[in-house]
Structure formats: C-alpha cells, structure tokens
Write a new protein. Structure first.
Length: 331
C-alpha cells in the first residue's frame, strides 16, 4: 500500500488535505502531528487514516516505511507571527524542512511543502513568485516566521542551482491569507473571517483595525484571501501532475479589503444590521503591518492549473453555510 505522509496533518490546511485525500478513497494516509489536550483531534475525526505519528516519531517512521511512501506533504510549521524564540522557529521551520527534503531526495519520494506570503515582507519588492536565487535574495520578511520560511525557500533555490539531486517532484506553495473549516484550534491565529463570524454570533459589533496610513481608509487594508478548498485543490492537482516542480504563489489573485470580508460574513449570516467599528492597531505591530498583499498567479497558471479560484463572497458563503452554522463545523 502506497503511503502519503502529511505533516501537520491535524492542523488547519493539513487536515483539509487529509479530508480531500480520504474523499478520493486513499487508504494509506499517514498523519504526523501533535493533538494536545484540546479539540484539535476533531479535525481528523471523520476520516480513516493509516497511522498517526507524533513529531518525535517521524524519523523512525520514515526509516521503517521508506519503501512504501510515495509522497510527503509537509504542512507542519510553527506559524505564530508573534513567536520570539528564534532557535525554536529555525529548528521547526528550516531545520526540519531541510531534513525532510534531503530524505525525500535520497528515497525518491515526492515533496510538496508550505511556504508563505509572509516571505514577501512589506511588499515593496512585489509578490512575484520567482524562485531563483537572485529574486529570493531581494525579499525582506518582516517577522521571524516569514524569515524562517524564506530561509528554506532560499536554500532549495541554491541546492537546485548547484545541481543537487532533488526529490522526483518538489513544489513549494506560498499561501496567502487562508480561511475555512478546521482552523478553530488556532485561537488568536484564526482567520479574520472566523473572528468576524464569532463577533456576529455574539451580537457584535465587528471590530477591525483603523488605518494608520493616509492611502488606506479604516478597514481598507487589503489582503489576498484564499478559500482553503482552493489550496487543497492545488495540492491535489500537484499530486496528479508529478512533472510540476517549483515555487508558486497560492492566493485568489485579487486583493480585497477587510471591510469587504466583514461585509461578506454579515451577508452570509443575514445580519447587515451589525455595525463595523474601527479600533487602533496595537503599537507593536504598526511598523511591520502589511497594508496590501496580492498573489500574481501567472506561474501556477502557466504550469497548467486552470481551475477558477473562489471569490470571498462565494468562499465565505460556503464557510458559513456548510460549516460554521451547522451542528458539526469540521470538514
């Protein structure tokens, strides 16, 4: 039985990948993750998996089952943008990722991994997913999380440039602002879409940050919001298209304001009467705050991905109607 290993497979994007693989009838899904004491286990509760491996047991599992593993989908990361332990972040987001790349290359296992739009920093260098050594060298991430993700992207670019043997397929995905089911355990790192929904459910008001730049109205800060179903669909397409390699943006391709997002949530729950209030942005994040992100999607399109991407109106309607307002909001 061919195995697909999903690291971070009980997390937000990872568990959605597991759900999609299970829906396709895959019976060799291996999840590597920690479940802890909360409700994170519910992200996996609907799906059959072949093994649940704790992170500290991953090395032994890979060694034992090397001949059976066809692909490793590496979604695990320390994703908090406020984490200050640099040694922890480097070990988790760079060191582990590099070891998994090396293992996949040595054992001819396909490797798909999560990068991040946080690698682009304040956007002054643009959002072009040029994976060359020189292009990546121009980027300046604003936080430790973005830098550790960028560190790995740069290392792979250098290895490829030097002709090092890569895995038989490798693809990195620069996720932009992802929202959707199974993000509930992320607490303060949940998407703004979910935070707005919770405010609406509590009777409001909805609170968004004021703008501290003259070019943007309050709530007018713009992000590329991407429905998690689109992210999973791209990963499935990569699994089905083993000849595709490289670093790719993964967003909707269109920047929308936080006010647009909040309005979409209000419309989806039928509560346009709830007010949107604007509060001061905390001082510690003002200097490093991204006012605009937008993913050019031409490279992924040129690679052959042709399916339409979901608007926030359609994505929020699906999120609210199919998950958040149901008795069981998990995918």
């Amino acid at each position: 039985m061919a195995l697909i290993v999903v690291t971070g497979g009980a997390g937000f994007i990872g568990s959605n990948v597991v759900a999609a693989l299970a829906a396709r009838g895959r019976d060799g899904i291996v999840v590597c993750d920690s479940l802890g004491n909360g409700e994170k286990w519910r992200n996996l509760a609907k799906h059959e998996i072949a093994a649940l491996v704790p992170p500290e047991g991953l090395t032994d599992f890979l060694l034992t089952h090397a001949a059976d593993i066809s692909a490793l989908i590496h979604m695990a990361a320390i994703s908090s943008t406020t984490e200050s332990d640099a040694d922890l972040m480097v070990a988790g987001n760079f060191g582990l990722s590099l070891r998994l790349w090396d293992w996949c290359a040595a054992h001819a296992v396909r490797f798909i991994y999560a990068s991040s739009a946080a690698t682009y920093g304040d956007g002054t260098q643009g959002f072009d997913d040029d994976g060359s050594v020189d292009a990546l060298a121009r980027l300046r991430p604003l936080n430790l999380y973005g830098w550790t993700k960028h560190l790995f992207d740069r290392r792979l670019a250098r290895l490829v440039q030097h002709g090092a043997r890569p895995p038989p397929q490798w693809a990195g995905l620069k996720f932009f602002n992802v929202y959707g089911p199974n993000e509930y355990h992320k607490e303060q790192m949940r998407s703004v879409a979910h935070q707005v929904y919770q405010a609406v459910r509590a009777g409001g008001p909805v609170r968004l940050f004021k703008s501290h730049q003259l070019d943007y109205a309050d709530g007018g800060q713009r992000r590329d919001f991407i429905w998690v179903g689109d992210c999973v669909d791209v990963i499935e397409w990569l699994i089905d298209t083993p000849e595709i390699n490289g670093l790719f943006n993964l967003g909707s391709g269109t920047a929308r304001s936080f006010a647009d997002l909040a309005t979409a949530v209000l419309a989806a729950v039928g509560r346009r009467d709830i007010a949107i209030e604007y509060i001061d942005m905390p001082e510690p994040i003002r200097a490093r705050y991204q006012y605009f992100t937008e993913a050019p999607m031409e490279r992924l399109r040129a690679a052959g991905y042709t399916r339409p991407l979901t608007t926030i109106e359609a994505g929020i309607a699906a999120y609210v109607g199919d998950y958040l307002t149901t008795a069981d909001p998990y995918r």
